[in-house]
Design a protein around this ligand. Structure first.
Ligand SMILES: *[C@@H]1O[C@H](CO)[C@@H](O)[C@H](O)[C@H]1NC(C)=O
Ligand SMILES: *[C@@H]1O[C@H](CO)[C@@H](O)[C@H](O)[C@H]1NC(C)=O
Length: 361
């Protein structure tokens, strides 16, 4: 690790010639490391999709492990269709029929089949962001990435200025991720989410993890994974994760209900947009734990149900249930459900999404 740390501030640069783009549109994709002073906590970020490439944390014996899924090479992120660690937007999750009505006007988005998922074919996870600031070391290292989304991008209305900051802050072994988006000229929905795939063991599957989601209600979906509009109690359903629950034992009950695993949005207990504790994840074998705080009304729990045979870091092959995603966000398809918390940002208004990942061991 000491050697890897020595490479801390070195940038891996890769020039991408985007198909059909002009020279002016050619941009550079790089990898940027942030590291604490002690050298036992670090992350790597790329400006491709504002992606969290790695998060390295110790266990109680001081063994370091990378606790997010991803790839060794930047080029693999660019080629991949997976969302490993990316920031998804302009609107994460599903929008029924890829359309909605805003201020009396029907907006049509790019679709995959019948729905729009994660902002369309080329969402924020598949564009190059600009590195605004980069402080690799010191007391609270950080990187700020910027993206200007344009009017009509994937069908969404209006120009939008988007910032994402990753920071090792503010306690030891804490990662802060803050995102904001300012609507410049038109009202638009905004719902950004970080799509990290957590595996606190650093290898194998995540079925031995204990999962806790601090939510008494969830948003049931139809066969097409679109919310019915109901916000139902978790009581008496396999989705009740209010107490720490062994993923491997519970996932069978979710499967029995016709799902391949968890892929569900929870209505986090507490005030819609107040910053609060959302979920806990613990790997008893290594002792590593993650507590997630955020200021969003929902969190999508996804247990990598469709992950299959993906060659990842260090030759590891990722499979089903290889990781747990905890994507804090507004409720899926909120644009089509007036009873869900609104994700509309008016011109001059700013969307703000704060996340804190607290690691312990
Ligand atoms: C989506 O389209 C179907 C018919 O194709 C319609 O029944 C349904 O109401 C639409 N959903 C929304 C949210 O517009
Ligand atoms: C959004 O975040 C950036 C980067 O931290 C910051 O400079 C900017 O002031 C923020 N915008 C608003 C409107 O809060």
């Amino acid at each position: 690790m000491a050697r890897a740390a020595a490479l801390a501030s070195s940038l891996v640069l890769l020039c991408l010639a985007l198909a059909g783009s002009t020279d002016a549109a050619r941009k550079t994709v790089g990898a940027y490391r942030l590291r604490n002073k002690k050298g036992d906590f670090s992350i790597k970020v790329t400006n491709w999709g504002a992606t969290l490439m790695s998060v390295i944390v110790p266990d109680s014996k001081g063994n370091l492990a990378d606790v997010v899924l991803g790839y060794d090479k930047l080029a693999q992120y660019v080629d991949a269709s997976s969302a490993f660690g990316t920031v998804v937007g302009r609107v994460a999750n599903r929008i029924a029929n890829g359309s909605f009505v805003l201020d009396g006007k029907t907006i049509r988005l790019n679709k995959d089949g019948t729905t729009t998922l994660h902002g369309g074919h080329r969402g924020f996870n598949r564009v190059i962001w600009t590195v605004k600031e980069y402080v690799p070391g010191g007391d609270s290292p950080y990187i700020t990435l910027y993206y200007r989304s344009f009017d009509g991008e994937q069908g969404f209305p209006g120009d939008l200025d988007v910032y994402v900051t990753y920071q090792l802050c503010c306690g030891p072994y804490e990662l802060r991720a803050v995102m904001n988006a300012t609507a410049l000229d038109k009202a638009t929905p905004v719902n950004l989410a970080n799509h990290a795939y957590w595996n606190l063991a650093g290898s194998g599957d995540a079925l031995g993890h204990l999962v806790q989601v601090l939510a008494s209600r969830y948003t049931p979906v139809d066969a097409a994974m679109i919310p019915t509009g109901e916000v139902a109690p978790v009581t008496g359903t396999p989705y009740d994760l209010r107490a720490p629950t062994l993923l491997g034992s519970r996932i069978k009950h979710v499967s029995a209900a016709g799902m391949a695993g968890f892929d569900v949005n929870y209505a986090v207990d507490g005030d819609g947009f107040r910053f609060r504790r959302v979920a806990r994840l613990r790997d008893p074998a290594s002792g590593r734990a993650l507590e997630l705080w955020a200021n969003q009304p929902g969190v999508q729990l996804y247990t990598s149900n469709w992950l299959s045979n993906v060659e990842g870091k260090g030759g590891r092959v990722y499979g089903q249930y290889g990781a747990v995603c905890l994507e804090t966000q507004a409720f899926p398809d909120a644009v089509n459900h007036p009873n869900f918390p609104s994700e509309i940002v008016r011109p001059g208004g700013t969307y703000q999404h704060d996340m804190l990942f607290k690691f312990s061991f």
